[in-house]
Design a protein around this ligand. Structure first.
Ligand code: GLN
Length: 297
């Protein structure tokens, strides 16, 4: 007689995972859900609706393997090599910052802005251009390219490995024809071009705090110098030459530094309207600067 393990339901597997991760994670149930959803190729919400369904043995084994990784301290994103951002699943690895929900606000703001501008140009063949400085996984660049078929995006990053991840994500969402990712510092590789919008989520964690951050993000994606604004201080003087006459600039930073950043933006772009915007947690998270020429009569 062939001995078989008793099949496990989704509900039972999640209960087992939650117990196993209780010591190593602050969110054991959510982590177990994300890991199991990945194994099954479904959204986490699907699990809730199928709690009584049975797992195949291979699925239960893969889940057990991922639980072991997570229990050993590997973040969920790195255990599964994927992370969800603005409704899409991005490939991530140790060379890129795992995209954070606060950055979705910048994407939302850019989508609203580009949507307005595209509507105003509905009958022209105008292509809108966007630059993502410090493109990382390509989360911002690919999300915006995927929303608008008439937007072309350039992205730069000092990390060659990050650029490779961003390129794979662009192919994943079938936007690689309109996304160009280049290895280089800030705007340096594209200093001869002009853009309708520039977005940057540069490393902004004060150097002294980098070591204390948990997770596996690379230091190069986090370290922003003594007060966290070093990269923005270098970026801002380089912005005017890469901006069109009408533009939007969105820069994410740490809440305690956002007012200083807004002042730096104001000095660098004296014609712009500058605003500080909040994230989902209500914290001041990014600076928006825009300029619109008065309509000609
Ligand atoms: N938001 C990230 C964190 O606090 C930092 C992102 C960044 O430095 N750009 O971990």
């Amino acid at each position: 007689m062939i001995s078989r393990q008793t099949p496990e339901t989704i509900q039972a597997a999640l209960a087992r995972g939650t117990v196993l991760l209780a010591k190593s994670s602050d969110s054991p149930r959510l982590d177990a859900q994300l890991l199991l959803a990945h194994v099954l190729g479904k959204e986490p919400s699907w699990l809730v609706a199928h709690a009584e369904s049975y797992l195949a043995r291979m699925q239960a084994e893969r889940f057990t393997g991922l639980l072991a990784k997570r229990a050993a301290g590997t973040p969920v994103a790195h255990a599964i090599g994927m992370w969800s951002f603005y409704g899409r699943s991005f490939e991530v690895n140790e060379s890129v910052l795992v995209p954070r929900p606060e950055t979705e606000h910048l994407v939302e703001a850019a989508v609203a802005y580009l949507g307005r501008r595209l509507e105003a140009h509905a009958f022209t063949k105008h292509l809108f251009t966007l630059l993502d400085v410090g493109v990382g996984s390509g989360a911002i660049a690919c999300s915006i390219a995927a929303e608008f078929p008439t937007v072309v995006v350039d992205g730069t990053d000092v990390s060659e490995d990050a650029v490779k991840v961003a390129e794979r994500n662009a192919r994943r969402f079938n936007v690689h024809g309109r996304c160009k990712f280049i290895v280089g510092d800030l705007t340096q590789p594209v200093s001869h071009k002009q853009y309708d919008a520039v977005i940057a989520n540069l490393p902004y964690v004060p150097s002294a705090d980098v070591a204390a951050l948990r997770g596996s993000d690379p230091d190069v994606a986090l370290d922003g110098g003594p007060d966290g604004l070093d990269h923005y201080r270098r970026l801002l003087p380089a912005l005017p030459p890469v901006l069109k006459a009408d533009y939007l600039v969105l820069l994410e930073a740490a809440p305690p530094t956002i007012r200083t950043l807004a002042e730096l933006v104001h000095d660098a772009l004296p014609d712009a309207t500058v605003a500080i915007e909040r994230d989902y947690g209500g914290r001041e998270r990014y600076v928006a600067a825009s300029r619109e020429r008065a309509a000609t009569r």
